[in-house]
Design a protein around this ligand. Structure first.
Ligand code: 3PG
Length: 206
């Protein structure tokens, strides 16, 4: 799956996962896939993150990506670990170039019209809208639809079961991202049944 648009359309929600212990990786991925969520974003915010990607990448049905990519060297490390897509909170030319060289789908963050234009200028059309709630929420994305007809978004940051459907109702939103499906607390507790239930509810949105 080499296309970020296809990855964004695997399910209405991409869970954003911060995983402390590699032992949790496989049961977590299995719990999410069982609930119908296949694209999984592992944030590079813990020392275990790259090992978590390695441990999850062979879980059947999972398409494991890396988030919190702040520099090309993070992208390379994640790609080597087996990440099949890359998410960044922002957009830099160096990261866009590196993703192109590696041939890995990229979902870079934007929050303003100028940032969307910079992305379009680099040949990108699919963006994370981050931080979604703080940057203007669904009404901001509605306003982006006029000038940026080709752009598609994954709002992330402050998205919850209470507002996800408002975002998903927008034609320029392909999916949303969020940490509510598998919070660090649920993961630490090994609450796989609860995580599957949350994933199932998220997969049924839209
Ligand atoms: C993040 O990168 O932390 C994501 O934006 C998740 O945000 P959330 O915790 O508000 O869902």
């Amino acid at each position: 799956m080499s296309d970020i648009a296809a990855i964004m359309q695997l399910a209405p929600v991409i869970p954003v996962l911060t995983v402390e212990h590699v032992a949790d990786a496989q049961p977590l991925a299995e719990a999410l896939v069982a609930g119908g969520l296949r694209a999984l974003e592992i944030t590079l915010r813990t020392p275990a993150a790259l090992d978590v990607i390695r441990a999850m990448k062979d879980v059947e049905g999972a398409v494991v990506g890396a988030g919190t990519i702040l520099a090309p060297k993070h992208l390379d490390a994640a790609f080597q670990a087996g990440a099949r897509f890359i998410v960044s909170p922002g957009l830099t030319e160096r990261i866009a170039e590196e993703a192109g060289v590696a041939g890995v789908p990229l979902l870079p963050g934007v929050a303003t019209a100028t940032e969307v234009m910079r992305g379009l200028d680099l040949g990108l059309t699919h963006f994370k809208f981050f931080p979604a709630e703080q940057a203007g929420g669904a009404s901001m994305l509605k306003a982006f639809a006029g000038p940026f007809a080709a752009a598609r978004f994954c709002p992330t940051g402050g998205v919850s079961p209470g507002n996800a459907e408002t975002y998903l109702a927008l034609p320029n939103v392909l999916c949303v991202g969020g940490s509510w499906i598998a919070t660090p607390e649920l993961i630490a507790a090994g609450a796989w049944t609860e995580i599957t239930a949350r994933a199932r509810a998220a997969a049924a949105l839209r």
